[in-house]
Ligand binder design. Structure first.
Ligand SMILES: *Cc1c(COP(=O)(O)O)cnc(C)c1O
Length: 398
Protein backbone atom coordinates (compact mmCIF):
# COMPACT_ATOMS: atom_id res chain seq x y z
CA UNK A 1 0.00 0.00 0.00
CA UNK A 2 1.35 3.46 -0.77
CA UNK A 3 1.42 5.66 2.28
CA UNK A 4 1.64 9.37 2.71
CA UNK A 5 0.98 11.78 5.52
CA UNK A 6 -1.95 13.33 3.76
CA UNK A 7 -3.47 9.97 2.92
CA UNK A 8 -2.77 7.37 5.61
CA UNK A 9 -4.15 3.97 4.73
CA UNK A 10 -7.91 3.79 5.23
CA UNK A 11 -10.17 0.77 4.93
CA UNK A 12 -13.88 1.30 4.37
CA UNK A 13 -15.22 -1.98 3.02
CA UNK A 14 -18.14 -4.00 4.42
CA UNK A 15 -15.63 -6.62 5.60
CA UNK A 16 -12.93 -6.81 6.63
CA UNK A 17 -13.44 -3.63 8.62
CA UNK A 18 -11.10 -1.24 10.49
CA UNK A 19 -10.09 -2.55 13.94
CA UNK A 20 -10.30 -0.64 17.21
CA UNK A 21 -6.84 0.04 18.71
CA UNK A 22 -7.97 -1.93 21.80
CA UNK A 23 -8.71 -4.92 19.55
CA UNK A 24 -5.29 -4.66 17.90
CA UNK A 25 -3.74 -4.63 21.36
CA UNK A 26 -5.66 -7.72 22.45
CA UNK A 27 -4.54 -9.50 19.28
CA UNK A 28 -0.90 -8.79 20.14
CA UNK A 29 -1.06 -10.44 23.60
CA UNK A 30 1.21 -13.45 24.25
CA UNK A 31 -0.37 -16.83 23.49
CA UNK A 32 -2.01 -18.89 26.19
CA UNK A 33 -3.33 -22.44 25.87
CA UNK A 34 -7.03 -22.86 25.18
CA UNK A 35 -7.39 -25.59 27.83
CA UNK A 36 -6.55 -23.38 30.78
CA UNK A 37 -8.76 -21.91 33.51
CA UNK A 38 -7.70 -18.45 32.30
CA UNK A 39 -9.01 -19.05 28.79
CA UNK A 40 -12.10 -20.93 29.98
CA UNK A 41 -13.14 -17.84 31.91
CA UNK A 42 -12.94 -15.77 28.72
CA UNK A 43 -14.75 -18.50 26.77
CA UNK A 44 -17.62 -18.55 29.25
CA UNK A 45 -17.88 -14.76 29.14
CA UNK A 46 -17.96 -14.56 25.33
CA UNK A 47 -20.49 -17.44 25.18
CA UNK A 48 -22.79 -15.33 27.35
CA UNK A 49 -22.13 -12.15 25.36
CA UNK A 50 -22.85 -13.88 22.05
CA UNK A 51 -26.25 -15.01 23.33
CA UNK A 52 -27.03 -11.40 24.15
CA UNK A 53 -25.97 -10.21 20.70
CA UNK A 54 -28.08 -12.94 19.02
CA UNK A 55 -30.97 -12.28 21.47
CA UNK A 56 -31.34 -15.99 22.15
CA UNK A 57 -31.50 -18.28 25.14
CA UNK A 58 -29.92 -21.03 23.02
CA UNK A 59 -26.18 -21.66 22.68
CA UNK A 60 -24.19 -19.67 20.13
CA UNK A 61 -21.28 -21.67 18.73
CA UNK A 62 -17.98 -20.32 17.46
CA UNK A 63 -16.59 -21.87 14.29
CA UNK A 64 -12.96 -21.18 13.40
CA UNK A 65 -13.89 -20.34 9.83
CA UNK A 66 -15.00 -17.48 7.65
CA UNK A 67 -18.73 -16.79 7.35
CA UNK A 68 -19.13 -19.29 4.53
CA UNK A 69 -18.14 -22.05 6.97
CA UNK A 70 -21.17 -21.26 9.09
CA UNK A 71 -23.33 -21.14 5.94
CA UNK A 72 -22.24 -24.72 5.29
CA UNK A 73 -22.65 -25.65 8.95
CA UNK A 74 -26.25 -24.36 8.94
CA UNK A 75 -27.07 -26.74 6.10
CA UNK A 76 -25.22 -29.87 7.20
CA UNK A 77 -26.54 -29.62 10.75
CA UNK A 78 -30.23 -29.38 9.86
CA UNK A 79 -30.84 -30.99 6.45
CA UNK A 80 -30.45 -34.24 4.52
CA UNK A 81 -29.57 -34.96 0.87
CA UNK A 82 -32.77 -34.94 -1.17
CA UNK A 83 -34.52 -32.40 1.07
CA UNK A 84 -36.25 -29.58 -0.72
CA UNK A 85 -35.47 -26.01 0.33
CA UNK A 86 -36.27 -22.52 -0.92
CA UNK A 87 -33.29 -20.23 -1.34
CA UNK A 88 -33.79 -16.49 -1.69
CA UNK A 89 -31.30 -15.31 -4.28
CA UNK A 90 -31.09 -11.53 -4.19
CA UNK A 91 -27.34 -11.24 -4.78
CA UNK A 92 -23.94 -12.91 -4.67
CA UNK A 93 -24.26 -14.39 -1.19
CA UNK A 94 -27.70 -15.80 -1.91
CA UNK A 95 -26.19 -17.52 -4.95
CA UNK A 96 -23.39 -18.93 -2.81
CA UNK A 97 -25.80 -20.40 -0.28
CA UNK A 98 -27.83 -22.11 -2.99
CA UNK A 99 -24.56 -23.56 -4.36
CA UNK A 100 -23.48 -24.87 -0.95
CA UNK A 101 -26.87 -26.55 -0.48
CA UNK A 102 -26.69 -28.09 -3.97
CA UNK A 103 -23.22 -29.45 -3.18
CA UNK A 104 -24.83 -31.54 -0.43
CA UNK A 105 -27.49 -32.94 -2.73
CA UNK A 106 -30.24 -30.65 -1.45
CA UNK A 107 -33.03 -29.91 -3.92
CA UNK A 108 -32.87 -26.10 -4.18
CA UNK A 109 -35.88 -24.09 -5.35
CA UNK A 110 -34.54 -20.57 -5.87
CA UNK A 111 -36.61 -17.40 -5.63
CA UNK A 112 -34.76 -14.93 -7.81
CA UNK A 113 -35.05 -11.34 -6.63
CA UNK A 114 -33.75 -8.54 -8.88
CA UNK A 115 -30.44 -7.30 -7.46
CA UNK A 116 -30.93 -4.22 -5.31
CA UNK A 117 -34.48 -5.21 -4.37
CA UNK A 118 -35.66 -6.91 -1.21
CA UNK A 119 -37.73 -10.09 -1.26
CA UNK A 120 -41.48 -9.48 -1.49
CA UNK A 121 -42.81 -11.70 1.35
CA UNK A 122 -45.87 -12.51 -0.79
CA UNK A 123 -43.64 -14.34 -3.27
CA UNK A 124 -42.34 -16.52 -0.47
CA UNK A 125 -45.85 -17.27 0.75
CA UNK A 126 -46.84 -18.42 -2.75
CA UNK A 127 -43.68 -20.52 -3.15
CA UNK A 128 -44.21 -22.19 0.23
CA UNK A 129 -47.81 -23.01 -0.59
CA UNK A 130 -46.67 -24.54 -3.88
CA UNK A 131 -43.83 -26.44 -2.18
CA UNK A 132 -45.46 -27.63 1.03
CA UNK A 133 -42.70 -30.23 1.47
CA UNK A 134 -40.09 -27.45 1.75
CA UNK A 135 -37.81 -28.13 4.74
CA UNK A 136 -36.09 -24.77 5.02
CA UNK A 137 -35.85 -21.24 3.67
CA UNK A 138 -32.39 -19.70 3.27
CA UNK A 139 -32.13 -15.91 3.21
CA UNK A 140 -29.62 -13.10 3.78
CA UNK A 141 -30.74 -10.51 6.37
CA UNK A 142 -28.42 -8.11 4.56
CA UNK A 143 -27.32 -9.06 1.05
CA UNK A 144 -23.91 -7.40 1.21
CA UNK A 145 -23.30 -7.57 -2.56
CA UNK A 146 -26.23 -5.23 -3.23
CA UNK A 147 -26.31 -3.44 0.17
CA UNK A 148 -29.94 -4.46 0.60
CA UNK A 149 -31.86 -5.73 3.61
CA UNK A 150 -34.58 -8.37 3.45
CA UNK A 151 -37.73 -8.19 5.61
CA UNK A 152 -36.77 -10.96 8.05
CA UNK A 153 -39.54 -10.29 10.58
CA UNK A 154 -42.26 -10.66 7.92
CA UNK A 155 -40.54 -13.71 6.45
CA UNK A 156 -40.47 -15.28 9.92
CA UNK A 157 -44.20 -14.67 10.35
CA UNK A 158 -44.91 -16.53 7.10
CA UNK A 159 -42.74 -19.50 8.07
CA UNK A 160 -43.57 -19.72 11.76
CA UNK A 161 -46.65 -21.99 11.57
CA UNK A 162 -45.14 -24.23 8.89
CA UNK A 163 -42.92 -27.30 9.38
CA UNK A 164 -40.10 -25.33 7.78
CA UNK A 165 -36.92 -23.79 9.18
CA UNK A 166 -35.99 -20.17 8.70
CA UNK A 167 -32.20 -20.08 8.20
CA UNK A 168 -30.77 -16.56 8.15
CA UNK A 169 -27.34 -15.32 7.08
CA UNK A 170 -26.84 -12.36 9.39
CA UNK A 171 -23.15 -11.89 8.64
CA UNK A 172 -23.51 -8.15 7.99
CA UNK A 173 -26.61 -7.86 10.19
CA UNK A 174 -26.15 -9.56 13.59
CA UNK A 175 -24.61 -6.84 15.74
CA UNK A 176 -25.41 -4.05 13.28
CA UNK A 177 -29.19 -3.93 13.35
CA UNK A 178 -32.21 -5.31 15.18
CA UNK A 179 -32.44 -9.06 14.48
CA UNK A 180 -33.74 -10.73 17.67
CA UNK A 181 -33.48 -14.44 16.99
CA UNK A 182 -35.92 -15.83 19.57
CA UNK A 183 -38.49 -13.00 19.40
CA UNK A 184 -38.80 -13.13 15.64
CA UNK A 185 -38.59 -16.91 15.40
CA UNK A 186 -35.38 -17.33 13.42
CA UNK A 187 -34.32 -21.01 13.51
CA UNK A 188 -30.69 -20.74 12.47
CA UNK A 189 -28.78 -17.47 12.60
CA UNK A 190 -25.16 -16.87 11.62
CA UNK A 191 -22.69 -14.01 12.10
CA UNK A 192 -19.13 -13.33 10.99
CA UNK A 193 -16.08 -11.88 12.73
CA UNK A 194 -14.74 -9.55 10.03
CA UNK A 195 -18.09 -7.88 9.46
CA UNK A 196 -20.44 -6.68 12.19
CA UNK A 197 -18.25 -8.18 14.94
CA UNK A 198 -15.47 -5.73 14.04
CA UNK A 199 -12.68 -8.34 14.31
CA UNK A 200 -10.17 -9.89 11.91
CA UNK A 201 -11.41 -12.59 9.54
CA UNK A 202 -11.41 -16.08 11.02
CA UNK A 203 -14.44 -16.71 13.24
CA UNK A 204 -18.08 -17.28 12.45
CA UNK A 205 -20.98 -17.72 14.85
CA UNK A 206 -24.07 -19.88 14.65
CA UNK A 207 -27.09 -20.62 16.81
CA UNK A 208 -29.94 -23.12 16.43
CA UNK A 209 -33.50 -22.85 17.80
CA UNK A 210 -35.32 -25.77 19.50
CA UNK A 211 -37.04 -26.45 16.18
CA UNK A 212 -33.68 -26.53 14.38
CA UNK A 213 -32.31 -29.00 16.97
CA UNK A 214 -35.26 -31.29 16.18
CA UNK A 215 -34.18 -31.18 12.52
CA UNK A 216 -30.59 -31.84 13.64
CA UNK A 217 -31.61 -35.18 15.17
CA UNK A 218 -32.70 -36.55 11.79
CA UNK A 219 -30.27 -34.64 9.55
CA UNK A 220 -28.23 -36.99 7.36
CA UNK A 221 -25.81 -34.58 5.67
CA UNK A 222 -22.24 -35.76 6.31
CA UNK A 223 -20.47 -33.69 8.98
CA UNK A 224 -17.49 -33.97 11.26
CA UNK A 225 -15.72 -30.64 11.82
CA UNK A 226 -19.07 -28.82 11.65
CA UNK A 227 -20.96 -31.28 13.88
CA UNK A 228 -22.82 -28.98 16.26
CA UNK A 229 -24.28 -31.80 18.37
CA UNK A 230 -20.76 -32.71 19.53
CA UNK A 231 -19.85 -29.03 19.81
CA UNK A 232 -22.88 -28.60 22.09
CA UNK A 233 -21.59 -31.36 24.33
CA UNK A 234 -18.16 -29.67 24.53
CA UNK A 235 -19.72 -26.28 25.23
CA UNK A 236 -21.77 -27.73 28.10
CA UNK A 237 -18.38 -28.42 29.74
CA UNK A 238 -17.23 -24.88 28.95
CA UNK A 239 -14.97 -26.04 26.14
CA UNK A 240 -14.69 -26.12 22.38
CA UNK A 241 -14.32 -29.43 20.58
CA UNK A 242 -11.20 -28.36 18.67
CA UNK A 243 -8.47 -25.80 19.34
CA UNK A 244 -9.85 -22.32 19.92
CA UNK A 245 -8.64 -19.27 18.01
CA UNK A 246 -7.43 -17.79 21.29
CA UNK A 247 -6.30 -14.41 19.94
CA UNK A 248 -9.46 -13.57 18.05
CA UNK A 249 -11.63 -14.79 20.92
CA UNK A 250 -9.74 -12.50 23.32
CA UNK A 251 -10.43 -9.67 20.87
CA UNK A 252 -14.09 -10.73 20.78
CA UNK A 253 -14.08 -10.29 24.55
CA UNK A 254 -13.06 -6.65 23.94
CA UNK A 255 -15.83 -5.85 21.43
CA UNK A 256 -18.75 -7.72 23.05
CA UNK A 257 -19.29 -4.99 25.68
CA UNK A 258 -19.87 -2.60 22.74
CA UNK A 259 -22.51 -4.91 21.26
CA UNK A 260 -24.45 -5.68 24.45
CA UNK A 261 -26.17 -3.89 27.33
CA UNK A 262 -26.77 -0.15 26.92
CA UNK A 263 -24.15 0.06 24.15
CA UNK A 264 -26.13 -2.20 21.84
CA UNK A 265 -28.65 0.39 20.70
CA UNK A 266 -25.93 3.07 20.59
CA UNK A 267 -23.97 0.82 18.22
CA UNK A 268 -27.01 0.30 15.95
CA UNK A 269 -27.60 4.08 15.91
CA UNK A 270 -23.97 4.86 15.12
CA UNK A 271 -23.91 2.37 12.23
CA UNK A 272 -27.18 3.77 10.91
CA UNK A 273 -25.85 7.33 11.20
CA UNK A 274 -22.76 6.37 9.17
CA UNK A 275 -25.09 4.93 6.52
CA UNK A 276 -27.31 8.02 6.44
CA UNK A 277 -24.22 10.25 6.29
CA UNK A 278 -22.77 8.24 3.40
CA UNK A 279 -26.01 8.21 1.40
CA UNK A 280 -26.52 11.96 1.87
CA UNK A 281 -22.90 12.74 0.99
CA UNK A 282 -22.99 10.44 -2.04
CA UNK A 283 -26.11 12.14 -3.33
CA UNK A 284 -24.59 15.57 -2.75
CA UNK A 285 -21.71 14.38 -4.97
CA UNK A 286 -24.35 13.51 -7.64
CA UNK A 287 -24.18 9.72 -7.08
CA UNK A 288 -27.33 7.75 -6.35
CA UNK A 289 -28.16 5.10 -3.78
CA UNK A 290 -28.38 1.79 -5.64
CA UNK A 291 -30.56 -0.26 -3.31
CA UNK A 292 -34.33 0.03 -3.10
CA UNK A 293 -34.12 -1.10 0.51
CA UNK A 294 -30.74 0.15 1.72
CA UNK A 295 -28.88 -1.52 4.56
CA UNK A 296 -27.40 0.33 7.53
CA UNK A 297 -24.23 -1.78 7.40
CA UNK A 298 -23.11 -1.08 3.85
CA UNK A 299 -24.04 1.47 1.17
CA UNK A 300 -23.91 0.91 -2.58
CA UNK A 301 -23.63 4.07 -4.65
CA UNK A 302 -24.25 3.98 -8.41
CA UNK A 303 -21.61 5.87 -10.36
CA UNK A 304 -22.48 7.98 -13.45
CA UNK A 305 -22.93 5.71 -16.48
CA UNK A 306 -19.83 7.05 -18.26
CA UNK A 307 -17.65 5.94 -15.34
CA UNK A 308 -16.32 2.47 -14.54
CA UNK A 309 -16.53 1.97 -10.77
CA UNK A 310 -13.80 -0.69 -10.90
CA UNK A 311 -11.32 1.83 -12.31
CA UNK A 312 -12.53 4.46 -9.90
CA UNK A 313 -12.05 2.20 -6.87
CA UNK A 314 -8.60 1.04 -7.94
CA UNK A 315 -7.47 4.63 -8.53
CA UNK A 316 -8.89 5.63 -5.15
CA UNK A 317 -6.75 2.87 -3.68
CA UNK A 318 -3.53 3.62 -5.52
CA UNK A 319 -3.68 7.42 -5.37
CA UNK A 320 -5.50 8.09 -2.11
CA UNK A 321 -4.74 4.96 -0.09
CA UNK A 322 -8.41 4.22 0.58
CA UNK A 323 -9.93 0.79 -0.06
CA UNK A 324 -13.60 0.72 -1.05
CA UNK A 325 -15.41 -2.15 -2.78
CA UNK A 326 -16.85 -2.26 -6.27
CA UNK A 327 -19.72 -4.37 -7.54
CA UNK A 328 -19.70 -8.05 -8.51
CA UNK A 329 -21.02 -9.80 -11.63
CA UNK A 330 -23.81 -7.75 -13.23
CA UNK A 331 -22.96 -4.83 -10.92
CA UNK A 332 -19.26 -4.84 -11.88
CA UNK A 333 -18.21 -1.33 -12.90
CA UNK A 334 -21.53 0.14 -11.82
CA UNK A 335 -21.43 0.59 -8.06
CA UNK A 336 -19.10 1.48 -5.22
CA UNK A 337 -19.71 -0.16 -1.86
CA UNK A 338 -18.79 1.57 1.37
CA UNK A 339 -18.90 -0.22 4.73
CA UNK A 340 -20.23 1.20 8.00
CA UNK A 341 -18.93 -1.44 10.39
CA UNK A 342 -15.94 -1.38 12.73
CA UNK A 343 -13.71 1.39 14.00
CA UNK A 344 -14.90 4.30 11.88
CA UNK A 345 -14.31 7.73 13.38
CA UNK A 346 -16.03 10.85 12.02
CA UNK A 347 -12.68 11.88 10.56
CA UNK A 348 -12.35 8.51 8.78
CA UNK A 349 -15.67 8.93 6.99
CA UNK A 350 -15.26 12.65 6.24
CA UNK A 351 -11.77 12.10 4.78
CA UNK A 352 -13.18 9.28 2.64
CA UNK A 353 -15.94 11.54 1.33
CA UNK A 354 -13.34 14.12 0.37
CA UNK A 355 -11.30 11.42 -1.40
CA UNK A 356 -14.39 10.30 -3.28
CA UNK A 357 -14.89 13.88 -4.42
CA UNK A 358 -11.27 14.23 -5.54
CA UNK A 359 -11.39 10.91 -7.39
CA UNK A 360 -14.64 11.77 -9.18
CA UNK A 361 -12.99 15.02 -10.33
CA UNK A 362 -9.92 13.02 -11.46
CA UNK A 363 -12.26 10.86 -13.52
CA UNK A 364 -13.67 13.85 -15.35
CA UNK A 365 -16.88 14.58 -13.45
CA UNK A 366 -16.35 18.25 -14.16
CA UNK A 367 -19.76 19.38 -12.91
CA UNK A 368 -18.53 18.84 -9.35
CA UNK A 369 -17.23 21.83 -7.46
CA UNK A 370 -16.09 22.69 -3.97
CA UNK A 371 -19.69 23.65 -3.22
CA UNK A 372 -20.79 20.01 -3.71
CA UNK A 373 -18.00 18.81 -1.44
CA UNK A 374 -18.89 21.29 1.29
CA UNK A 375 -22.51 20.29 1.13
CA UNK A 376 -21.60 16.58 1.28
CA UNK A 377 -19.41 17.14 4.33
CA UNK A 378 -22.00 19.32 6.07
CA UNK A 379 -24.72 16.70 5.55
CA UNK A 380 -22.49 13.91 6.79
CA UNK A 381 -21.50 15.87 9.90
CA UNK A 382 -25.14 16.58 10.65
CA UNK A 383 -25.97 12.85 10.63
CA UNK A 384 -22.97 11.88 12.73
CA UNK A 385 -23.31 14.62 15.33
CA UNK A 386 -25.88 12.96 17.55
CA UNK A 387 -24.39 9.48 17.37
CA UNK A 388 -20.73 9.48 18.39
CA UNK A 389 -18.50 6.48 17.89
CA UNK A 390 -18.97 3.82 20.60
CA UNK A 391 -15.52 2.77 21.83
CA UNK A 392 -14.21 0.04 24.13
CA UNK A 393 -13.34 1.12 27.67
CA UNK A 394 -9.59 1.38 27.72
CA UNK A 395 -9.38 -0.03 31.23
CA UNK A 396 -11.08 -3.33 30.34
CA UNK A 397 -8.86 -3.74 27.30
CA UNK A 398 -5.59 -3.23 29.15
C1 LIG B 1 -19.05 -11.73 3.94
C2 LIG B 1 -20.33 -12.45 3.82
C3 LIG B 1 -20.40 -13.84 3.82
C4 LIG B 1 -19.26 -14.78 4.03
O1 LIG B 1 -18.08 -14.49 3.46
P1 LIG B 1 -16.70 -15.10 4.00
O2 LIG B 1 -15.74 -14.52 3.04
O3 LIG B 1 -16.80 -16.57 3.96
O4 LIG B 1 -16.52 -14.60 5.42
C5 LIG B 1 -21.64 -14.43 3.71
N1 LIG B 1 -22.75 -13.71 3.62
C6 LIG B 1 -22.73 -12.37 3.65
C7 LIG B 1 -24.03 -11.64 3.58
C8 LIG B 1 -21.52 -11.69 3.76
O5 LIG B 1 -21.51 -10.36 3.81
Amino acid sequence: MPSSEKFPYRLLTPGPVPLFPQVQKALAEPMIHHRTPEFQKIYARVAQGLKEVFCTKNDVFIHTSTGSGSMESAIVNTLSPGDKIISIVSGKFGERWAQIASAFGINVVPIQVPWGHALDPKDLDIALTKNSDCKAVLVQACETSTATINPIKKIAEIIHHRPTLLIVDGITAVGAMELPMDDWGIDVLIGGSQKAFMLPTGLSFISLSEKAWQFNKISKCPKYYWDLASEKLALSKGESQFSSAVSIIRALDVVLPLMTGPNKSKMYSRINALAMATRAAGEALTLSVFSKCPSPSVTALSVPTQLDSQKLRSNIESKYNLTLMGGQDSLKGKILRIGHLGYITDEHLLASIEILYLALKDHGVSSLSERHLNEALALAKKHLKEYPLVEPETSSAL
